[in-house]
Design a protein around this ligand. Structure first.
Ligand SMILES: Nc1ncnc2c1ncn2[C@@H]1O[C@H](COP(=O)(O)OP(=O)(O)OP(=O)(O)O)[C@@H](O)[C@H]1O
Ligand SMILES: Cc1ncc(COP(=O)(O)O)c(N)n1
Length: 267
């Protein structure tokens, strides 16, 4: 059994964050472990409150995992402060973690801020350089590159700028465009497009968390980066295509679309 660790925030409504990561890792065939950076009280309409872990306690969670069941991949999601970013970078470097996927979560789909503005510099300087791949969406890529992104050519320029400054691969996600769901991978100096059929589903809470966890799960299983991205996109298309409709805001996807038929009988 391959293993993966999610270092992220808890989403009480179950569609994003740690909860999305565990469901995704399970559905992608790896054993999921967690180090929780913060509890959020949120639902599909917004984030009501955030309770951060202390840096020391986050460090203890990471050490407890690595000293017993070494993860084959690590996914990093919501990390709200500089101090938490620093402890993650320090502990992952100490444990020589491999296959690190950084999802630079800044703002939730509902519009709530999930990272303090002053933490962006630490993310860029300390965490992203440890990554095998960083997975910004278009607004996040604009912040990380300092560029405005209007079209595919802008996406390529921004991905190159981010990748060249961090020395890691960049998957720039196109989920925020209106016409398609095409993502751009910049790795080892070249770009590759992953074309996605846009699914007319307004319920996209947790898409970024889900994609990055699916990439981490596939890296843990030994797939190459581009194979992992392709498999993760197939998985997220299935989860979106299942057309789950829960909650009154942008709802969660059906992470178990491919596995729960075995347990589907009703009482
Ligand atoms: N309507 C859609 N149909 C198909 N694929 C989609 C759709 N929306 C998003 N995706 C895909 O989902 C993945 C996540 O992309 P997106 O840009 O939504 O990330 P994000 O903004 O970080 O997500 P989040 O909603 O968690 O903040 C990408 O592979 C993107 O192409
Ligand atoms: C704990 C946590 N982590 C990440 C997200 C981002 O997901 P989304 O942008 O889809 O709301 C979230 N809402 N909550």
């Amino acid at each position: 059994m391959r293993t993966a660790l999610s270092i992220a925030g808890s989403d009480s409504s179950g569609g994003a964050g740690i909860q999305a990561d565990i469901k995704t890792m399970l559905a992608n065939g790896v054993f999921a472990m967690t180090a929780i950076t913060a509890l959020t009280a949120q639902n599909t309409t917004g984030v009501r409150d955030i309770l951060e872990a202390t840096p020391a306690f986050l460090g203890e969670q990471i050490d407890a995992v690595f000293e017993d069941i070494r993860p084959d991949a690590v996914k990093i999601g919501m990390v709200s402060s500089t101090q938490l970013i620093e402890v993650i970078a320090q502990r992952l470097t100490f444990h020589q973690a491999k296959n690190i996927v950084v999802d630079p979560v800044m703002v939730a789909t509902s519009g709530s801020e999930l990272m303090r503005t002053d933490a962006v510099a630490a993310l860029q300087e300390k965490l992203i350089p440890l990554a095998a791949v960083v997975t910004p969406n278009i607004p996040e890529a604009q912040i990380l590159s300092g560029m405005t992104i209007r079209d595919a050519a802008d996406m390529e320029r921004a991905a190159r700028a981010i990748g060249d400054s961090c020395g890691c691969a960049v998957l720039l996600k196109g989920g925020h465009s209106v016409s398609d769901a095409d993502d751009l991978l910049y790795a080892d100096g070249s770009v590759q497009w992953f074309r996605g059929r846009r699914i007319p589903n307004p319920n996209t809470h947790g898409t970024g968390c889900t994609l990055s966890s699916a990439i981490a799960a596939n890296l843990a299983k030994g797939f190459s980066l581009d194979q992992s991205v392709r498999r993760a996109k197939e998985y997220i298309s299935g989860a979106l295509g299942a057309m789950l409709d829960l909650g009154s805001g942008s709802g969660p996807m059906d992470h178990g679309f491919d596995i729960h038929s075995a347990f589907a009988e009703e009482a």
